[in-house]
Design a protein around this ligand. Structure first.
Ligand code: ARG
Length: 278
């Protein structure tokens, strides 16, 4: 009797394992992306390649990245809800080269930074500017582009870089724009929002006098929202890189190798110029 019970328990467990294995096999589709067909076709040999390269990630066979998809043209949601943009295209190519399936987790920027520090993502990919403070909590890849923090105002506003300290400034919480303006002008002058969509709305509604954010992203929002303009002055100049789990230096090296090849052969520039015309 006891043995029978044990047997049926074992059978149930075995059946469950098989179902789980099947489900896992079926879920190889990636979040969005042009390169996903290629990734899917190569998924078996690809994860063998990752194994051969000695890469361990938080979810086996996957490259899990955290991002805040409110940052066009680097990452944003298209009309069908897919995450698209410069960094998505770059990461699809890198994941493919590493033999890993790209898994994108969308969240607010603060949480995206935290995720990589807490081992909940392998990388934070979110237009992250390299800073010394952040270097203490994550490893940065090589930088692949630069950006400038600029000031967005309603048309006709008299805000300037010189009188910024007298204004109420909207920023995304946790960003360099947020940190620098708080440091420079005090927290009474700065409101941190979860997303840039909310920051821009606040400027449009007059809840804040201006916003501080990254130049290409500012241009994308201003193009979509009549009545706003960008001041012709630079508040800060920065370099973007990907933040990698500090405990995973093998991943850092592998991503850097793939990234530097994509920079060297012009692919990164080609991707950027597809989204940004200057
Ligand atoms: N470059 C700025 C920073 O590193 C802003 C990045 C915000 N990224 C985003 N996807 N919302 O702090």
């Amino acid at each position: 009797m006891k043995l029978k019970k044990l047997k049926s328990l074992l059978c149930a467990a075995l059946a469950l394992t098989m179902v789980l294995a099947l489900t896992a096999c079926g879920s190889s589709g990636s979040n969005s992306t042009s390169a996903s067909d290629v990734v899917d076709a190569n998924v078996t040999s690809a994860s063998d390649a990752a194994e051969a390269a000695g890469l361990t990630t938080i979810n086996e066979g996957k490259l899990t990245i955290s991002m805040s998809a409110d940052f066009p043209p680097y990452e944003s949601l298209d009309d069908s809800g897919n995450i698209v943009g410069i960094e998505v295209d770059i990461m699809n190519l890198i994941a493919e080269q590493l033999g890993l399936e790209l898994q994108i987790d969308d969240m607010d920027f603060d949480s995206a930074l935290l995720a990589v520090q807490q081992g909940k993502s392998d990388m934070v990919v979110s237009g992250v500017s390299i800073t010394d403070e952040r270097k203490a909590t994550m490893n940065f890849t090589d930088s692949y582009t630069t950006a400038v923090q600029v000031i967005v105002v309603p048309e006709g506003s008299d805000v300037t870089l010189d009188n910024l300290g007298d204004q109420l400034i909207g920023t995304q919480r946790g960003t360099t724009g947020f940190i620098y303006t708080e440091d420079d002008y005090g927290s009474d002058h700065v409101i941190g929002y979860d997303t840039y969509t909310l920051v821009i709305q606040a400027v449009l509604n007059g809840q804040v006098d201006c916003a501080v954010l990254d130049d290409s992203v500012a241009r994308a929002y201003v193009a979509e929202n009549p009545g706003l303009m960008i001041l012709d002055t630079e508040y800060a100049v920065e370099s973007y890189a990907f933040g990698v789990d500090k405990t995973n230096t093998a991943l850092l090296d592998a991503v850097n190798a793939a990234l530097s090849a994509l920079i060297a052969d012009g692919t990164v520039d080609e991707i950027i110029s597809r989204y940004i015309s200057d």
